[in-house]
Write a protein that binds this ligand. Structure first.
Ligand code: GDP
Length: 445
Protein backbone atom coordinates (compact mmCIF):
# COMPACT_ATOMS: atom_id res chain seq x y z
CA UNK A 1 0.00 0.00 0.00
CA UNK A 2 1.32 3.40 -0.97
CA UNK A 3 4.63 1.80 -1.88
CA UNK A 4 5.54 4.83 -3.92
CA UNK A 5 5.28 7.13 -0.96
CA UNK A 6 7.61 4.86 0.97
CA UNK A 7 10.13 4.76 -1.84
CA UNK A 8 10.00 8.44 -2.61
CA UNK A 9 10.49 9.40 1.00
CA UNK A 10 13.29 6.89 1.51
CA UNK A 11 15.18 8.45 -1.38
CA UNK A 12 14.94 11.97 0.00
CA UNK A 13 15.73 10.92 3.55
CA UNK A 14 19.07 9.65 2.26
CA UNK A 15 19.93 12.91 0.55
CA UNK A 16 18.90 15.32 3.32
CA UNK A 17 21.85 15.54 5.63
CA UNK A 18 23.82 17.63 8.00
CA UNK A 19 21.63 20.55 8.99
CA UNK A 20 20.52 21.32 12.48
CA UNK A 21 17.23 22.83 11.51
CA UNK A 22 14.41 22.07 9.12
CA UNK A 23 14.03 25.02 6.79
CA UNK A 24 11.80 26.00 3.91
CA UNK A 25 14.75 25.18 1.66
CA UNK A 26 15.84 21.80 2.89
CA UNK A 27 12.36 20.37 3.14
CA UNK A 28 11.03 21.60 -0.18
CA UNK A 29 12.28 18.67 -2.23
CA UNK A 30 10.94 16.19 0.27
CA UNK A 31 7.57 17.89 0.33
CA UNK A 32 7.42 17.73 -3.44
CA UNK A 33 7.96 13.97 -3.29
CA UNK A 34 5.32 13.55 -0.60
CA UNK A 35 2.90 15.53 -2.72
CA UNK A 36 3.52 13.44 -5.83
CA UNK A 37 3.27 10.19 -3.94
CA UNK A 38 -0.04 11.16 -2.37
CA UNK A 39 -1.47 12.18 -5.73
CA UNK A 40 -0.30 8.89 -7.22
CA UNK A 41 -2.05 7.10 -4.38
CA UNK A 42 -5.26 8.78 -5.49
CA UNK A 43 -5.59 11.09 -2.52
CA UNK A 44 -7.90 13.99 -3.36
CA UNK A 45 -6.10 17.19 -4.32
CA UNK A 46 -7.55 19.45 -1.59
CA UNK A 47 -6.53 16.85 0.99
CA UNK A 48 -3.01 16.75 -0.41
CA UNK A 49 -2.70 20.55 -0.39
CA UNK A 50 -3.92 20.79 3.15
CA UNK A 51 -1.63 18.03 4.28
CA UNK A 52 1.48 19.53 2.69
CA UNK A 53 0.69 22.93 4.20
CA UNK A 54 0.37 21.38 7.67
CA UNK A 55 3.62 19.43 7.39
CA UNK A 56 5.42 22.56 6.19
CA UNK A 57 4.04 24.63 9.04
CA UNK A 58 4.97 22.04 11.67
CA UNK A 59 8.40 21.29 10.23
CA UNK A 60 9.87 24.69 9.35
CA UNK A 61 12.00 26.03 12.16
CA UNK A 62 11.95 22.79 14.05
CA UNK A 63 15.27 21.78 15.58
CA UNK A 64 16.60 18.46 14.47
CA UNK A 65 16.95 16.70 17.77
CA UNK A 66 19.66 14.37 18.96
CA UNK A 67 21.39 12.20 16.45
CA UNK A 68 18.72 12.44 13.77
CA UNK A 69 19.34 13.68 10.26
CA UNK A 70 16.96 16.35 8.92
CA UNK A 71 15.37 13.73 6.66
CA UNK A 72 14.63 11.49 9.60
CA UNK A 73 13.22 14.37 11.60
CA UNK A 74 10.94 15.26 8.71
CA UNK A 75 9.73 11.66 8.48
CA UNK A 76 8.75 12.06 12.13
CA UNK A 77 6.68 15.13 11.25
CA UNK A 78 5.08 13.40 8.25
CA UNK A 79 4.20 10.42 10.41
CA UNK A 80 2.52 12.55 13.03
CA UNK A 81 0.56 14.49 10.41
CA UNK A 82 -0.52 11.31 8.60
CA UNK A 83 -1.80 10.01 11.90
CA UNK A 84 -3.72 13.25 12.47
CA UNK A 85 -5.11 13.15 8.95
CA UNK A 86 -6.65 9.77 9.67
CA UNK A 87 -8.21 11.01 12.86
CA UNK A 88 -5.45 10.83 15.47
CA UNK A 89 -6.74 8.49 18.13
CA UNK A 90 -8.44 5.19 17.45
CA UNK A 91 -12.24 5.43 17.13
CA UNK A 92 -13.95 2.45 18.69
CA UNK A 93 -17.40 1.04 18.21
CA UNK A 94 -19.96 2.59 20.52
CA UNK A 95 -22.22 -0.03 22.06
CA UNK A 96 -23.11 1.94 25.17
CA UNK A 97 -26.87 1.96 25.06
CA UNK A 98 -29.85 0.04 26.30
CA UNK A 99 -29.46 -3.34 24.52
CA UNK A 100 -29.74 -4.22 21.78
CA UNK A 101 -27.11 -1.86 20.37
CA UNK A 102 -28.27 -1.49 16.79
CA UNK A 103 -25.65 -1.19 14.08
CA UNK A 104 -26.90 -0.16 10.63
CA UNK A 105 -24.73 -0.97 7.63
CA UNK A 106 -24.90 1.27 4.58
CA UNK A 107 -23.09 1.26 1.26
CA UNK A 108 -23.20 0.41 -2.42
CA UNK A 109 -23.78 -3.09 -3.73
CA UNK A 110 -20.60 -5.13 -3.69
CA UNK A 111 -18.90 -2.87 -1.14
CA UNK A 112 -18.71 -5.74 1.30
CA UNK A 113 -21.59 -5.00 3.66
CA UNK A 114 -22.82 -8.56 4.12
CA UNK A 115 -19.30 -9.91 4.50
CA UNK A 116 -18.54 -7.18 7.02
CA UNK A 117 -21.66 -8.03 9.04
CA UNK A 118 -20.34 -11.59 9.28
CA UNK A 119 -16.87 -10.40 10.26
CA UNK A 120 -18.19 -7.96 12.82
CA UNK A 121 -20.55 -10.55 14.31
CA UNK A 122 -17.61 -12.90 14.75
CA UNK A 123 -15.41 -10.22 16.30
CA UNK A 124 -18.10 -9.06 18.73
CA UNK A 125 -18.90 -12.62 19.74
CA UNK A 126 -15.38 -13.82 20.21
CA UNK A 127 -13.59 -10.75 21.51
CA UNK A 128 -16.35 -9.03 23.45
CA UNK A 129 -18.50 -12.06 24.26
CA UNK A 130 -21.60 -10.35 22.87
CA UNK A 131 -24.83 -12.11 21.95
CA UNK A 132 -25.33 -11.05 18.34
CA UNK A 133 -28.39 -11.10 16.06
CA UNK A 134 -28.24 -10.31 12.33
CA UNK A 135 -30.98 -9.35 9.91
CA UNK A 136 -31.14 -8.48 6.21
CA UNK A 137 -33.36 -5.69 4.94
CA UNK A 138 -32.32 -6.30 1.35
CA UNK A 139 -35.69 -7.15 -0.17
CA UNK A 140 -34.43 -6.85 -3.72
CA UNK A 141 -32.09 -9.79 -3.86
CA UNK A 142 -33.16 -13.08 -2.25
CA UNK A 143 -29.56 -14.19 -2.63
CA UNK A 144 -28.46 -11.41 -0.30
CA UNK A 145 -30.67 -12.75 2.49
CA UNK A 146 -29.30 -16.27 1.98
CA UNK A 147 -25.77 -14.92 1.94
CA UNK A 148 -26.31 -13.21 5.29
CA UNK A 149 -27.76 -16.40 6.73
CA UNK A 150 -24.67 -18.30 5.63
CA UNK A 151 -22.12 -15.84 7.05
CA UNK A 152 -24.08 -15.50 10.29
CA UNK A 153 -23.98 -19.23 10.75
CA UNK A 154 -20.25 -19.24 10.12
CA UNK A 155 -19.82 -16.44 12.62
CA UNK A 156 -21.90 -18.24 15.22
CA UNK A 157 -24.42 -15.41 15.37
CA UNK A 158 -28.18 -15.86 15.30
CA UNK A 159 -29.89 -14.90 12.03
CA UNK A 160 -33.34 -13.32 11.98
CA UNK A 161 -35.14 -14.56 8.81
CA UNK A 162 -36.77 -12.16 6.36
CA UNK A 163 -38.35 -12.43 2.90
CA UNK A 164 -38.48 -10.25 -0.19
CA UNK A 165 -42.24 -9.88 0.29
CA UNK A 166 -41.72 -7.74 3.43
CA UNK A 167 -40.96 -4.07 3.82
CA UNK A 168 -37.49 -3.16 5.10
CA UNK A 169 -38.82 -1.16 8.07
CA UNK A 170 -41.15 -4.00 9.12
CA UNK A 171 -38.29 -6.47 8.97
CA UNK A 172 -36.10 -4.23 11.09
CA UNK A 173 -38.80 -3.63 13.69
CA UNK A 174 -39.55 -7.33 13.99
CA UNK A 175 -35.84 -8.02 14.46
CA UNK A 176 -35.52 -5.34 17.15
CA UNK A 177 -38.49 -6.85 18.94
CA UNK A 178 -36.94 -10.31 18.78
CA UNK A 179 -33.60 -8.97 19.98
CA UNK A 180 -35.25 -7.28 22.99
CA UNK A 181 -37.25 -10.30 24.00
CA UNK A 182 -34.29 -12.61 23.76
CA UNK A 183 -31.73 -10.32 25.36
CA UNK A 184 -29.38 -9.81 22.47
CA UNK A 185 -26.56 -7.34 23.08
CA UNK A 186 -26.13 -6.32 19.46
CA UNK A 187 -28.32 -6.27 16.35
CA UNK A 188 -26.54 -5.93 13.01
CA UNK A 189 -28.83 -4.62 10.25
CA UNK A 190 -27.71 -5.32 6.68
CA UNK A 191 -29.31 -3.15 3.98
CA UNK A 192 -29.78 -3.12 0.22
CA UNK A 193 -27.19 -1.44 -1.92
CA UNK A 194 -27.36 -0.30 -5.51
CA UNK A 195 -24.66 -0.20 -8.12
CA UNK A 196 -24.56 3.56 -7.90
CA UNK A 197 -26.09 6.17 -5.67
CA UNK A 198 -29.72 6.70 -6.51
CA UNK A 199 -32.47 8.73 -4.94
CA UNK A 200 -34.76 5.78 -4.10
CA UNK A 201 -32.03 3.91 -2.26
CA UNK A 202 -31.09 6.99 -0.24
CA UNK A 203 -34.71 7.61 0.69
CA UNK A 204 -35.15 4.02 1.78
CA UNK A 205 -32.10 3.93 4.00
CA UNK A 206 -32.93 7.33 5.49
CA UNK A 207 -36.39 6.04 6.43
CA UNK A 208 -34.87 2.85 7.83
CA UNK A 209 -32.41 4.89 9.85
CA UNK A 210 -35.18 7.05 11.27
CA UNK A 211 -37.20 3.97 12.22
CA UNK A 212 -34.51 1.90 13.92
CA UNK A 213 -32.45 4.74 15.45
CA UNK A 214 -29.14 2.88 15.39
CA UNK A 215 -26.34 3.81 17.79
CA UNK A 216 -23.84 3.13 15.00
CA UNK A 217 -24.36 3.80 11.30
CA UNK A 218 -21.38 2.38 9.47
CA UNK A 219 -20.64 3.21 5.90
CA UNK A 220 -18.98 0.28 4.13
CA UNK A 221 -16.82 1.17 1.16
CA UNK A 222 -14.43 -0.59 -1.18
CA UNK A 223 -10.97 0.94 -0.80
CA UNK A 224 -10.07 -0.07 -4.34
CA UNK A 225 -12.41 2.61 -5.67
CA UNK A 226 -9.94 5.29 -4.61
CA UNK A 227 -11.37 8.79 -4.98
CA UNK A 228 -14.74 7.36 -5.97
CA UNK A 229 -14.89 5.71 -2.59
CA UNK A 230 -14.45 9.09 -1.00
CA UNK A 231 -17.10 10.71 -3.20
CA UNK A 232 -19.61 8.00 -2.29
CA UNK A 233 -18.74 8.44 1.35
CA UNK A 234 -19.44 12.14 1.05
CA UNK A 235 -22.86 11.50 -0.54
CA UNK A 236 -23.89 9.00 2.13
CA UNK A 237 -22.61 11.27 4.85
CA UNK A 238 -24.83 14.06 3.61
CA UNK A 239 -27.88 11.80 3.62
CA UNK A 240 -27.25 9.88 6.85
CA UNK A 241 -25.65 10.75 10.17
CA UNK A 242 -22.81 8.25 9.76
CA UNK A 243 -20.85 7.35 12.85
CA UNK A 244 -17.97 5.62 11.13
CA UNK A 245 -16.54 4.04 8.03
CA UNK A 246 -15.45 0.49 7.23
CA UNK A 247 -12.86 0.37 4.47
CA UNK A 248 -12.93 -3.05 2.79
CA UNK A 249 -10.59 -4.81 0.40
CA UNK A 250 -7.45 -3.21 1.72
CA UNK A 251 -5.81 -6.51 0.91
CA UNK A 252 -6.22 -5.88 -2.81
CA UNK A 253 -4.05 -3.55 -4.80
CA UNK A 254 -5.77 -0.58 -3.28
CA UNK A 255 -3.65 2.49 -3.69
CA UNK A 256 -4.63 3.56 -0.25
CA UNK A 257 -5.77 7.06 -1.07
CA UNK A 258 -9.22 6.37 0.36
CA UNK A 259 -7.77 5.55 3.76
CA UNK A 260 -6.11 8.96 3.80
CA UNK A 261 -8.99 11.05 2.46
CA UNK A 262 -12.15 9.62 4.02
CA UNK A 263 -11.75 11.19 7.41
CA UNK A 264 -10.74 14.56 6.03
CA UNK A 265 -13.62 14.68 3.56
CA UNK A 266 -16.44 13.33 5.74
CA UNK A 267 -15.20 14.17 9.21
CA UNK A 268 -16.09 10.60 10.19
CA UNK A 269 -13.49 8.15 11.47
CA UNK A 270 -12.55 4.85 9.89
CA UNK A 271 -13.44 2.28 12.53
CA UNK A 272 -12.51 -0.96 10.77
CA UNK A 273 -10.64 -2.21 7.74
CA UNK A 274 -11.49 -5.38 5.84
CA UNK A 275 -8.77 -7.65 4.53
CA UNK A 276 -9.74 -10.78 2.60
CA UNK A 277 -12.97 -12.67 2.25
CA UNK A 278 -12.59 -14.83 5.37
CA UNK A 279 -14.56 -13.84 8.46
CA UNK A 280 -11.35 -13.32 10.42
CA UNK A 281 -10.39 -10.52 8.02
CA UNK A 282 -11.53 -7.48 9.97
CA UNK A 283 -9.14 -5.18 11.82
CA UNK A 284 -9.75 -2.31 14.17
CA UNK A 285 -8.32 0.83 12.68
CA UNK A 286 -5.40 2.57 14.39
CA UNK A 287 -4.36 5.79 12.61
CA UNK A 288 -0.80 5.71 13.97
CA UNK A 289 -0.23 2.11 12.92
CA UNK A 290 -1.64 2.82 9.48
CA UNK A 291 0.65 5.84 9.19
CA UNK A 292 3.64 3.65 10.08
CA UNK A 293 2.54 1.07 7.55
CA UNK A 294 2.17 3.68 4.85
CA UNK A 295 5.56 5.18 5.58
CA UNK A 296 7.07 1.73 5.86
CA UNK A 297 10.04 3.11 7.76
CA UNK A 298 9.80 1.32 11.04
CA UNK A 299 13.50 1.77 11.68
CA UNK A 300 13.47 5.54 11.18
CA UNK A 301 10.31 5.96 13.20
CA UNK A 302 11.84 4.18 16.15
CA UNK A 303 14.94 6.40 15.84
CA UNK A 304 12.70 9.45 15.98
CA UNK A 305 10.88 8.08 19.01
CA UNK A 306 14.18 7.28 20.71
CA UNK A 307 15.56 10.75 20.06
CA UNK A 308 12.45 12.25 21.57
CA UNK A 309 12.74 10.10 24.65
CA UNK A 310 16.40 11.00 25.03
CA UNK A 311 15.51 14.67 25.04
CA UNK A 312 12.97 13.98 27.77
CA UNK A 313 15.60 12.11 29.74
CA UNK A 314 18.14 14.88 29.34
CA UNK A 315 15.60 17.35 30.66
CA UNK A 316 14.93 15.07 33.58
CA UNK A 317 18.65 14.75 34.36
CA UNK A 318 19.21 18.50 34.20
CA UNK A 319 16.23 19.00 36.45
CA UNK A 320 17.48 16.46 38.98
CA UNK A 321 20.76 18.38 39.08
CA UNK A 322 18.92 21.62 39.82
CA UNK A 323 16.88 19.92 42.48
CA UNK A 324 20.06 18.73 44.12
CA UNK A 325 21.83 22.06 44.07
CA UNK A 326 18.81 24.35 44.26
CA UNK A 327 20.52 26.55 41.67
CA UNK A 328 18.87 27.94 38.57
CA UNK A 329 15.41 26.52 39.18
CA UNK A 330 13.17 28.80 37.14
CA UNK A 331 9.69 28.96 35.66
CA UNK A 332 10.83 26.98 32.62
CA UNK A 333 11.58 24.07 34.92
CA UNK A 334 8.32 24.61 36.68
CA UNK A 335 6.53 24.42 33.36
CA UNK A 336 8.49 21.38 32.19
CA UNK A 337 7.58 19.61 35.38
CA UNK A 338 3.96 20.49 34.85
CA UNK A 339 3.96 19.23 31.24
CA UNK A 340 5.61 16.03 32.42
CA UNK A 341 2.83 15.65 34.93
CA UNK A 342 0.26 15.93 32.19
CA UNK A 343 2.01 13.28 30.15
CA UNK A 344 2.18 10.99 33.12
CA UNK A 345 -1.50 11.22 33.87
CA UNK A 346 -1.99 14.14 36.17
CA UNK A 347 -0.77 15.20 39.55
CA UNK A 348 -1.92 12.35 41.70
CA UNK A 349 0.13 9.74 39.89
CA UNK A 350 3.17 11.95 40.14
CA UNK A 351 2.98 12.89 43.81
CA UNK A 352 5.17 10.10 45.05
CA UNK A 353 7.78 10.77 42.41
CA UNK A 354 8.29 14.37 43.47
CA UNK A 355 9.84 16.02 46.50
CA UNK A 356 7.01 16.31 48.98
CA UNK A 357 7.09 20.09 49.25
CA UNK A 358 7.00 20.56 45.53
CA UNK A 359 4.06 18.25 45.22
CA UNK A 360 2.30 20.12 47.98
CA UNK A 361 2.87 23.46 46.32
CA UNK A 362 1.58 22.11 43.06
CA UNK A 363 -1.47 20.58 44.65
CA UNK A 364 -2.38 23.86 46.34
CA UNK A 365 -2.22 25.48 42.97
CA UNK A 366 -4.52 23.03 41.37
CA UNK A 367 -7.29 23.53 43.90
CA UNK A 368 -8.89 20.21 43.12
CA UNK A 369 -9.50 20.44 39.37
CA UNK A 370 -6.21 19.07 38.30
CA UNK A 371 -6.26 18.68 34.55
CA UNK A 372 -7.82 22.08 34.03
CA UNK A 373 -5.64 23.77 36.60
CA UNK A 374 -2.50 22.34 35.07
CA UNK A 375 -3.54 23.69 31.71
CA UNK A 376 -4.13 27.14 33.18
CA UNK A 377 -0.70 27.16 34.78
CA UNK A 378 0.81 26.13 31.48
CA UNK A 379 -1.19 28.86 29.76
CA UNK A 380 0.12 31.52 32.14
CA UNK A 381 3.73 30.43 31.79
CA UNK A 382 3.33 30.21 28.01
CA UNK A 383 2.32 33.86 27.98
CA UNK A 384 5.63 34.90 29.55
CA UNK A 385 8.71 35.79 27.55
CA UNK A 386 11.75 33.52 27.87
CA UNK A 387 13.48 36.22 29.90
CA UNK A 388 10.57 36.39 32.34
CA UNK A 389 10.57 32.65 32.77
CA UNK A 390 14.26 32.61 33.52
CA UNK A 391 14.00 35.59 35.90
CA UNK A 392 10.52 35.72 37.41
CA UNK A 393 11.57 38.70 39.57
CA UNK A 394 11.35 40.78 36.36
CA UNK A 395 7.59 40.36 36.40
CA UNK A 396 6.16 43.58 37.80
CA UNK A 397 2.62 44.96 37.60
CA UNK A 398 2.44 45.89 33.90
CA UNK A 399 4.01 42.61 32.84
CA UNK A 400 1.58 40.76 35.05
CA UNK A 401 -1.31 42.46 33.32
CA UNK A 402 0.07 41.56 29.90
CA UNK A 403 0.59 37.94 30.93
CA UNK A 404 -2.88 37.69 32.44
CA UNK A 405 -4.46 39.06 29.27
CA UNK A 406 -2.39 36.73 27.13
CA UNK A 407 -3.42 33.71 29.14
CA UNK A 408 -7.03 34.85 29.53
CA UNK A 409 -6.93 34.85 33.34
CA UNK A 410 -7.17 37.37 36.17
CA UNK A 411 -4.03 39.10 37.43
CA UNK A 412 -4.60 37.45 40.82
CA UNK A 413 -4.06 34.10 39.25
CA UNK A 414 -0.69 35.20 37.90
CA UNK A 415 0.19 36.45 41.38
CA UNK A 416 -0.79 33.17 42.91
CA UNK A 417 1.35 31.24 40.49
CA UNK A 418 4.36 33.50 41.17
CA UNK A 419 3.90 33.17 44.93
CA UNK A 420 3.73 29.44 44.71
CA UNK A 421 6.77 29.39 42.53
CA UNK A 422 8.69 31.53 45.00
CA UNK A 423 7.76 29.22 47.85
CA UNK A 424 8.83 26.21 45.86
CA UNK A 425 12.12 27.91 45.15
CA UNK A 426 12.65 28.60 48.87
CA UNK A 427 11.91 25.03 49.77
CA UNK A 428 14.39 23.89 47.20
CA UNK A 429 17.12 26.12 48.59
CA UNK A 430 16.52 24.67 52.02
CA UNK A 431 16.61 21.23 50.53
CA UNK A 432 19.97 21.89 48.95
CA UNK A 433 21.42 23.24 52.21
CA UNK A 434 20.08 20.56 54.45
CA UNK A 435 19.94 17.79 51.91
CA UNK A 436 17.13 15.41 51.29
CA UNK A 437 17.91 13.34 54.33
CA UNK A 438 17.45 16.20 56.75
CA UNK A 439 14.14 17.18 55.24
CA UNK A 440 12.85 13.64 55.35
CA UNK A 441 13.83 13.36 59.00
CA UNK A 442 12.15 16.67 59.82
CA UNK A 443 8.98 15.54 58.11
CA UNK A 444 8.87 12.27 59.97
CA UNK A 445 9.58 13.96 63.30
P1 GDP B 1 -22.43 -6.25 -0.29
O1 GDP B 1 -23.13 -6.26 -1.62
O2 GDP B 1 -22.06 -4.86 0.12
O3 GDP B 1 -23.16 -6.97 0.78
O4 GDP B 1 -21.01 -6.98 -0.52
P2 GDP B 1 -20.59 -8.48 -0.19
O5 GDP B 1 -20.41 -8.63 1.27
O6 GDP B 1 -21.48 -9.43 -0.86
O7 GDP B 1 -19.14 -8.50 -0.85
C1 GDP B 1 -18.92 -8.40 -2.23
C2 GDP B 1 -17.67 -9.20 -2.62
O8 GDP B 1 -16.51 -8.63 -2.02
C3 GDP B 1 -17.73 -10.64 -2.13
O9 GDP B 1 -17.18 -11.46 -3.10
C4 GDP B 1 -16.86 -10.63 -0.88
O10 GDP B 1 -16.29 -11.88 -0.63
C5 GDP B 1 -15.82 -9.60 -1.25
N1 GDP B 1 -15.25 -8.93 -0.07
C6 GDP B 1 -15.90 -8.30 0.95
N2 GDP B 1 -15.00 -7.76 1.80
C7 GDP B 1 -13.78 -8.03 1.32
C8 GDP B 1 -12.43 -7.72 1.76
O11 GDP B 1 -12.19 -7.06 2.77
N3 GDP B 1 -11.41 -8.19 0.98
C9 GDP B 1 -11.64 -8.89 -0.15
N4 GDP B 1 -10.58 -9.29 -0.86
N5 GDP B 1 -12.87 -9.19 -0.59
C10 GDP B 1 -13.94 -8.77 0.13
Amino acid sequence: MLDNLTQRLAKVVKTMRGQARLTEDNISEMLREVRLALLEADVALPVVKDFIAKVREKAVGQDVIGSLTPGQALVGVVHRELTELMGGAQATLNLATQPPAIILMAGLQGAGKTTTVGKLAKMLREKQKKKVLTVSCDVYRPAAIDQLQAVSQQAGAEFFPSTVAQKPIDIANAAIDHARRHYFDVLLVDTAGRLAIDEAMMEEIKALHAAVKPIETLFVVDAMLGQDAVNTARAFNEALPLTGVVLTKLDGDARGGAALSVRHVTGKPIKFTGVGEKLTGLDEFYPDRMASRILGMGDILSLVEEARQNVDEEQARAFAQKLKTGKGFDLNDFKNQISQMRKMGGLSSLMDKMPAQFAQAASQLQGGVEEKAIRRIEGIINSMTPAERAKPELIKASRKRRIATGAGVQVQEVNRLLNQFEQTQKVMKQLSKGGMGKLMRSMKG
